[in-house]
Design a protein around this ligand. Structure first.
Ligand code: DQA
Length: 155
């Protein structure tokens, strides 16, 4: 009997948008004191325990993020975790790129965007994401990874 499985490869993309490279320095009362590197390191430790491989990408440029998503499309990854930063509220292009993907998409925000200024209440990707985690600080990324792991178990 074949031992082949339909499970997608164990890769999970972790994509962060504009200004998230400044975490730790940027409005720590809103976004916390950990740097993006520290968050990613913690996430990597969790991922290893779950048998997942993380690929990290951060850019301040919308087009570069969209091109990275096109590369994700060429694979069959276990999922994508994305915090698009301010692009969340503005980018139809990002939404269109994510529409290419058939893997789970988890939208993460450190702050609770629904508790903030009205212009942050709209997400261009919330209705096409598998789910949104907002307001749990850096722990939101861990929750997203666990969600992708769980979804992978039931495939
Ligand atoms: C953010 C929320 C966005 O409104 C903001 O522009 C960010 C970060 C968050 O993680 O809470 O850059 O996505």
């Amino acid at each position: 009997m074949s031992t082949q499985t339909n499970k997608p490869n164990p890769r999970v993309y972790v994509i962060n948008g504009p200004n998230l490279n400044m975490l730790g320095k940027r409005e720590p009362e809103v976004y916390g004191s950990l740097s993006l590197d520290e968050i990613n390191r913690q996430l990597d430790t969790t991922a290893k325990g779950l048998g997942l491989d993380l690929i990290f990408f951060q850019s301040n440029h919308e087009g570069l993020i969209i091109e990275r998503i096109h590369e994700v499309f060429e694979e069959n990854p276990a999922g994508i975790i994305i915090n698009p930063g301010a692009l969340t509220h503005t980018s139809v292009g990002l939404r269109d790129a994510l529409l290419l993907l058939s893997c789970p998409i988890v939208e993460v925000h450190l702050s609770n965007i629904h508790k903030r200024e009205p212009f942050r209440h709209t997400s261009m990707i919330a209705d096409i994401a598998t789910g949104q985690l907002t307001g749990f600080g850096h722990y939101g990324y861990q929750m997203a990874l666990n969600a992708i792991h769980q979804l992978r178990q039931i495939l």
